[in-house]
Design a protein around this ligand. Sequence first.
Ligand code: HEC
Ligand code: HEC
Ligand code: HEC
Length: 476
Amino acid sequence: MKSLFAMTAACLALATSAPVLAQDAGPDFTDPALVARGAVVANAGDCAACHRAVETHGAPYVGGYKIASPLGDIVAPNITPSKSAGIGGWSFADFDNAMRKGKRPDGANLYPAMPYTDYQGISTADMQALYAYFMHGVKPVDTKAAETHLPFPFGIRMLMGPWNWLFTSDKPFKATANLSPEAQRGQYLVETLGHCGSCHTPRNMLMAEKPSEALGGADLSGWHAPNITSDPISGIGGWSQADLVAYLRDGRAPGKGIAAGGMAEAVEHSLQHLPEADLVAIAAYLKASQPIRDPRDTRPAFGWTETRPVKLAAYEPGNGATEASYSDSSTTDGAFLYDGACASCHGMDGKGTKDHFYPPLVGSVTTGAVNPANLVMTILGGVDRESGVGHAFMPAFANQMTDEQIAAVANHVLQRFGRPDTLVTKDMVATARAGGGKPLLLKIMPWLMGLAAAVFAALSFFAIRRGQRRAARRTA
Ligand code: HEC
Ligand code: HEC
Ligand code: HEC
């Protein structure tokens, strides 16, 4: 209904002014310059990270890749210009509507795993370039991606209607007034195409981003996307602009940390391909963003730079080592596990190699954070990231160690090299292995299933109230 109103308004505008009509006919979507610009916009939009093939070397944008959501896997569809399997039959208006409103031409609602609440603010010029690229710059592939099946009641796409009503808006992107033009460009990239908030901003009970805590840090399938506001203790205020640009471009910033998990994907598929000026703009915006402080933080996560001695592992010479203790693979002695599995790369002293090819675990954001999620996930899943500076690879230990062993080696690393009051339990490792803590919405799902209808009614009620309030404001 909101869009109906907008359409009516647009038609009125068209009817009353001829020059606008000429502009609204849209650009020539086959124009090679526009298509080329669209490729750059698609990089900034990170479309390839999700709409990739399941197999590593499949054609770009054929989809099939599964995005883990707390409610189940959501499959990214084929968005090549294939008429049978992709979006080849879509008009610009269809595309625009899916990108901003999460609405498909057949009327079905998309799930917000597609970050349309962030893409909503993309400029018209960028949206046109994107459309030109997907229609005329991408090779059509006629293979349909698998369908998404979420458990009842979330499988009912109609339920997303009220959600979309509440959490999408018609407002164009508006930069904060007192920022430099560079930081404003950064804000545009962060808040729209870069959809940084879709990972870094905490969500409310209905899984919508909380605007008041923008970029304040959020849990994400076992990982924690850290606070990247300008706060010098809890956020990135202590990172230099050069640190931030290096991190976004290469996936590593010496003396700060490295990008694994979803951040490695953002670097690999999107950020490393951006023009340097855009990375500088993003860094400028992060450094000017509204700071958010976690009272548990006493120094920045990279500020735990001292190493602490611990008791030598029992197997070390002179400590009663026996032949059996050397070959005991069931040990839960963190020092023993560290020396055997980690020290060859990260060093006995945790200082890594001089060139940071093997990074230090002392003074790193991963070992100095109050939340050990990324330490646990890095040990479980390793690191596998391609960027301009080469292939960063650390083996995954998920199948080599039990939950108890991973907790033990993580605690050894924390005690010795990181923030010593952070503790990892074996239950935390088990939860991380299973894909992270579930948000409240899923914990209460059995209850919610019975009351799905009631929730639906309540949402509709609020949506109507919101509509009425808006209408009242408009007439006032
Ligand atoms: C974080 C992952 C993610 C990113 C990034 C992403 N998408 Fe999507 N997209 C999805 C998922 C998942 C769906 C399907 C959602 C559903 O089934 O409801 C989707 C659906 C779509 C659709 C609807 C297709 C259809 O057949 O229904 C279009 C069009 C689309 N995306 C375009 C894009 C473009 C263009 C970009 C980059 C600017 C992009 N997406 C970036 C995950 C993503
Ligand atoms: C798919 C989810 C995802 C997206 C999208 C994403 N991030 Fe991240 N980000 C993460 C995760 C997870 C980490 C932690 C990585 C690690 O420790 O290995 C992270 C780490 C970071 C860090 C390091 C902060 C620290 O203290 O360790 C910065 C800076 C950052 N992201 C900036 C951005 C910016 C800017 C964008 C948007 C252009 C963005 N991220 C988009 C998930 C994401
Ligand atoms: C074969 C070498 C190798 C081994 C063995 C290894 N790592 Fe790593 N580790 C790496 C590399 C390479 C990186 C990522 C470097 C990059 O991204 O540029 C890394 C990254 C890390 C990080 C992230 C550091 C940061 O600053 O964010 C942590 C934490 C870590 N490793 C812990 C461990 C632990 C604990 C073990 C043992 C259980 C271990 N590693 C074993 C090579 C190794």
